[in-house]
Design a binder for this molecule. Structure first.
Ligand SMILES: N[C@@H](CCC(=O)N[C@@H](CS)C(=O)NCC(=O)O)C(=O)O
Length: 208
């Protein structure tokens, strides 16, 4: 069933950049959705039922399907990737393996460094051209959320002297109509991040 003709729900939290990815993807496609807000310190049965392995949000609920992982949600919302998922499901043998690999590995998180991203933005309004697209949404953590973390982390990673294009892009991204409608309140976001600083440090250690 097309997304626009069925009830779509997003299980998420109010302050997460991962949820933001899913929300903007839906908004850009004009798909109405309900945001079900989770307390991650006290996860609901609904969350555990739909993402029993990783127990993380966002999770997109579409009919009887549940789709975890924000980048997979963007891909799912985007018809082009749905084509790959569809092919991975409904082809056979080697072709199926190829599509499955492409559908899975093509979704790896964006690991581009800032300098590389800066170069890619040269002469362009957004990564995709004149309009917000997949890379802009996937990279959106570098906009509002990075700036909020800068407030208490004591680092300014993305400064205007070194990264003028990225900083201009971040301003344009956060002031676009689709994005503005689902940005969390700034003061609440900074407060929520500050309260989780210890957790962030622990997570960083696991990533070394
Ligand atoms: N790779 C996942 C990451 C999602 C993620 O880390 N979500 C966090 C909230 S910001 C979460 O659900 N954390 C639950 C936990 O760590 O227990 C995605 O892109 O959706």
């Amino acid at each position: 069933m097309p997304l626009s003709l069925s009830t779509v729900k997003v299980i998420g939290t109010r302050f997460s950049a991962f949820i933001h990815r899913a929300e903007v993807a839906l908004r850009l496609k004009g798909v109405p959705y309900e945001l079900i807000t989770e307390d991650l310190n006290n996860k609901s049965e609904l969350l555990l039922k739909h993402n029993p392995v990783h127990k993380k949000v966002p999770i997109l609920l579409h009919g009887d399907r549940s789709i975890p992982e924000s980048l997979i949600i963007i891909e799912y919302v985007d018809e082009q990737c749905f084509r790959l998922v569809w092919l991975a499901l409904w082809t056979d043998g080697g072709a199926r393996e190829g599509f499955e690999k492409e559908a899975k590995e093509g979704l790896a998180p964006n690991r581009h460094c800032l300098a590389l991203l800066e170069g890619q933005l040269e002469g362009k309004r957004f990564f995709s051209g004149d309009c917000i697209g997949y890379v802009d949404i996937a990279t959106s953590v570098l906009t509002y959320w990075l700036a909020a973390m800068d407030e208490f982390a004591g680092v300014k990673l993305m400064n205007a002297e070194e990264y003028p294009s990225l900083c201009r892009w971040a301003r344009e991204y956060t002031s676009s109509e689709a994005v503005k409608g689902c940005l969390p309140d700034w003061d609440q976001l900074v407060t929520a991040y500050a309260a989780n600083k210890e957790k962030f440090v622990i997570v960083a250690k696991t990533l070394i």
